[in-house]
Design a protein. Structure first.
Length: 162
């Protein structure tokens, strides 16, 4: 059994996942709310960013997508790209006002994700843009602790501790 929906909301989520900028722009022109959230709290921006679609993310931001919306777990588009390793999209989100220090339900931040997963280009970008290194997650660990825990030597250098 296949699922097909022609609801505008579903179509926008699908276009965001695929990075279909032309269709995203068509839906925006038709007046769709770019800040809609699905049952997991994902917005089209979160999906486009997470799937690495920079042009789609830019189109959504140009249409006033809220860069700091958090999904039901508290994750943001910036956290998603910090986990996945998309520095150009992260730069775009930061330029558009992404809050570097928002915390998800476990207290994690974009900097913690980047550090934990060895996305050191993003660690540098986030540090250069003023990410708070003192924030702790629910276990009491900050990004530097995670760098030590992971043996992430490059991140430790970026934190100026080696």
């Amino acid at each position: 059994m296949s699922f097909y929906s022609d609801r505008p909301d579903d179509l926008l989520f699908d276009a965001a996942r695929k990075g279909d900028v032309a269709y995203i722009n068509q839906l925006i022109t038709a007046g769709i709310d770019v800040n809609i959230q699905n049952d997991k709290g994902f917005t089209p921006l979160i999906l486009a960013a997470y799937d690495g679609h920079q042009d789609a993310a830019k189109a959504l931001l140009d249409a006033n997508a809220d860069v700091n919306v958090q999904d039901v777990s508290g994750n943001t588009a910036l956290m998603g790209v910090s986990f996945k390793g998309y520095p150009e999209i992260a730069r775009l989100l930061i330029e558009r006002g992404a809050d570097l220090n928002l915390q998800n339900g476990n207290g994690g931040t974009a900097l913690m994700f980047a550090t934990l997963f060895g996305r050191n280009q993003l660690v540098k970008l986030l540090l250069d843009n003023g990410a708070d290194t003192s924030i702790c997650d629910i276990r009491g660990l900050n990004a530097l602790d995670l760098a030590y825990q992971q043996g992430n030597e490059e991140a430790l250098q970026l934190f100026n501790v080696v």
